[in-house]
Design a protein. Structure first.
Length: 193
């Protein structure tokens, strides 16, 4: 998995999302049999939650509403690859990910591509989010942006604030594990002085 995708996945998981990274989209009808058309960097869903347990406001989720993110991750300027704007790719991902009935997917995808978000008949919000490095707060398109710098700051603060619990936990996520090791090293260095 790419490092930036791993960082975004850790951030979304800390915020209560179930995630799938580098989700392959296949074309099973082409000559020569099935082939991978593309992969979507991140698909994530956050179900209903208790009041006051809202995700990071920078994510732009609506409080109390189940939220699905179709995300693109860039180490540079956040932008969407052509596959993220291809209705066939998004329709296949929606149907396979189970976010809506296959018959509803085309209309939902068209609204998502036009507006950047859409509410599915099942009641959850589906949004396009681009994660990347940007010095400009302006969005280059109709999608939501979360800067990687913010994600790093958020995760560091989360680990520090919750260290009494996290510091005693075995962390299986590579990205969170590395950030926890950095926090542990800083704390050990501060005690030694």
């Amino acid at each position: 998995m790419e490092t930036a995708v791993g960082l975004v996945q850790a951030y979304l998981r800390v915020n209560g999302y179930f995630t799938v990274a580098e989700y392959p989209v296949l074309d099973a009808t082409g000559p020569g049999g099935p082939r991978t058309v593309t992969d979507l960097d991140i698909l994530a869903i956050r179900l209903h939650h208790a009041p006051g347990d809202d995700p990071d406001p920078m994510l732009g989720a609506r409080p109390g509403v189940p939220d699905m993110i179709v995300g693109e991750v860039k180490e540079g300027t956040p932008k969407l690859n052509p596959a993220m704007r291809d209705p066939a790719v998004l329709e296949a991902a929606f149907a396979r990910f189970g976010c809506c009935a296959p018959a509803d997917a085309p209309a939902l995808v068209q609204e998502l591509l036009t507006v950047g978000q859409v509410t599915a008949p099942e009641g959850h919000l589906i949004r396009t989010v681009a994660f990347g490095n940007t010095a400009h707060p302006n969005r280059p398109g109709n999608w939501h942006i979360v800067p990687l710098e913010h994600i790093l700051d958020y995760l560091r603060e989360h680990l520090s604030r919750n260290w009494a619990t996290v510091g005693r936990t075995q962390i299986k996520d590579d990205t969170l594990g590395l950030l926890a090791l950095i926090e542990k090293a800083h704390r050990a260095g501060n005690r030694a002085r």
